[in-house]
Design a protein around this ligand. Structure first.
Ligand code: SF4
Ligand code: SF4
Length: 149
């Protein structure tokens, strides 16, 4: 049965946000990766993305590889099955800025290899123009606008 959604501000004293969550933070992990520049870089990204539940997102200047996979130790009640021995990153994570009520929006999000390929096609001409002009002009979305500048 789905848990009722409670706003952070409505938590009662002694309650913890995780009590009302479906353990969102235990169902993926994300790693920062180098910003892709060349066609070869983008081809690597396409390769990542044909390996199942993978997405890429960009937060500010940083690109992340996100693997959507539930932790082996997440229990059906959404509690940790190895709480006392859980990894350090789990211990250090807090609800302060967690994804409990996040909107799931990023500066950029790629959910399939086709999106990466299209972005690459849109990005490359600008990159080549920037190199030709001796500067690396930052790409800004929407892509179509960037191409017309
Ligand atoms: S830290 Fe946030 S996302 Fe993770 S279980 Fe708690 S409320 Fe949910
Ligand atoms: S070890 Fe526990 S807290 Fe860490 S991701 Fe797995 S279920 Fe979540």
């Amino acid at each position: 049965m789905p848990k009722p959604k409670v706003a952070r501000a409505d938590l009662k004293p002694g309650e913890v946000l995780c009590q009302y969550c479906t353990a969102k933070c235990c169902q993926y992990f994300a790693l920062p990766i180098e910003m892709p520049v060349t066609r070869k870089d983008f081809d690597y990204l396409r390769w990542y993305m044909i390996h199942g539940k993978i997405s890429l997102f960009v937060d500010g200047e940083t690109w992340f590889l996100m693997v959507h996979n539930v932790c082996d130790h997440l229990q059906s009640d959404n509690l940790c099955g190895m709480y006392e021995e859980r990894p350090r990153i789990c211990r250090e994570y807090t609800t302060d800025d967690c994804e409990y009520d996040g909107d799931g929006l990023y500066d950029m999000l790629f959910e399939c290899q086709e999106q990466i390929a299209e972005f690459n096609e849109a990005f490359q001409p600008q990159e080549l123009r920037a190199r030709f002009n001796g500067s690396k002009k930052k790409l800004s979305l929407p892509i179509l606008n960037a191409l017309t500048t």
